[in-house]
Ligand binder design. Structure first.
Ligand SMILES: [Fe+2]
Length: 378
């Protein structure tokens, strides 16, 4: 069994105030680059970060489901600029883009050449992650997910050298997050935790973390969604749950929910968390025969269902609670995404080809994915 967690993590309200010292004294960086998106600029978060590191140059053009074309173009400029630190600021997209850029600054060619595990030749640049949503987990994992624009496919680029050197997880940074983003990223974090627990590579260590993450996220998500600005405890527990879920899935895996959501995200640019929220209950229901005991255990540990019920009833109650939580938080239905019906075959084919499909607790073929997609449409 292996367990990796080499990231130096600063967690807590106000930790972002140490950013200047972390960059200059701890990481000894003289020419850092910030990778972010327009939403962060418009929310005023970039100005706050820039105040601590005024010399940093900024690339703010990262889109949702970050694209290989964007990353390859920025990498060409960065190779001229010669930065000594990449800082990812934002949700999963800027964080994953930042990891990919840290790799490309020191390695030749396009990001497509590094799909898979440890394909880099030289060590990537040091990477500092500052998450501003409650869902990615990317701040503590070694993976960067990038959409190959030519193949319309989400590639995983990963390896032990791709962990952030430092992550600053400050729950105050999510205190102005819009409700729709709290819902989609919070449910993405819940998906990470639940999938980590049920995945084939799960271990005692990842199980311990996954269960705690499920408890923290389910115990805080709705309260954070209701009033994140004034509910400090909810945002701290949600952010802690999201980060711990990252430890868990980063050392086990995600399963069929991510296989489907990454396929849909690559084809239709559906936000990652929205796609996960739609498919989490559908995949759990389909996986039920393979992991009824573990699902019942999650129900027990989150106080769902009646303790005297059968394991199957407990597991079903857990699935129903997740479905109802998504509804209460305003997640749209699969139908509402208006994906053409003739695309289901393509989505099923891409899902089965996803790296994480073998980690699903129930062995799934293309026709299994077709059934899950059809069930979600009903
Ligand atoms: Fe995810």
């Amino acid at each position: 069994m292996e367990f990796h967690m080499p990231v130096k993590l600063y967690f807590g309200s106000g930790e972002i105030n140490g950013l200047g010292d972390i960059v200059t004294q701890e990481l000894k960086a003289a020419s850092p680059v910030i990778v972010t998106d327009r939403g962060i600029v418009e929310a005023g978060l970039l100005d706050r970060i820039k105040a601590s590191i005024p010399t940093a140059r900024v690339y703010d053009s990262i889109e949702a489901n970050p694209k290989s074309d964007t990353i390859n173009a920025i990498a060409s400029e960065l190779r001229e600029d010669r930065p000594d630190l990449i800082i990812g600021l934002g949700g999963g997209s800027p964080l994953d883009a930042g990891k990919a850029l840290a790799l490309l600054v020191t390695n030749a060619g396009d990001i497509q050449a590094y799909e898979g595990r440890a394909k880099y030749v030289n060590d990537p640049l040091p990477f500092l992650a500052i998450p501003t949503t409650c869902g990615t987990g990317s701040e503590v994992t070694w993976v960067s997910v990038v959409t190959d624009t030519t193949r319309k496919f989400k590639m995983s680029i990963k390896g032990p050298k791709m962990y952030p050197a430092v992550s600053i997880v400050d729950p105050d940074l999510i205190s102005t997050l819009p409700r729709s983003i709290i819902a989609s990223t919070g449910l993405d974090a819940l998906t990470h935790a639940v999938e980590a627990y049920l995945s084939k590579p799960a271990t005692l260590i990842t199980d311990t973390q996954a269960v705690k993450a499920v408890q923290l996220i389910m115990g805080s998500l709705e309260a954070a969604w209701t009033d994140i600005k004034n509910n400090r405890q909810a945002r701290e527990e949600l952010m802690m749950g999201s980060t711990i879920a990252g430890f868990a899935f980063g050392n086990s895996d995600v399963t069929a929910v991510h296989c489907i959501s990454e396929s849909i995200g690559a084809l239709y640019d559906v936000p990652h968390g929205v796609a996960n929220s739609i498919f989490l209950p559908e995949v759990l229901a389909y996986n039920l025969p393979s992991c009824v005991e573990k699902m019942a255990d999650l129900a027990k540990r989150t106080g769902i269902g009646h303790a005297e019920s059968s394991e199957e009833a407990m597991a079903l109650a857990f699935i129903e609670e997740i479905r109802s939580l998504s509804g209460r938080l305003g997640i749209p239905s699969f139908k509402a995404l208006n994906i053409p019906l003739d695309q289901m075959e393509t989505i099923a084919r891409m899902s089965v080809a996803n790296n994480s499909n073998p980690s699903n607790p129930r062995d799934l073929t293309e026709s299994d994915y077709r059934i899950i997609l059809e069930n979600a449409l009903d």
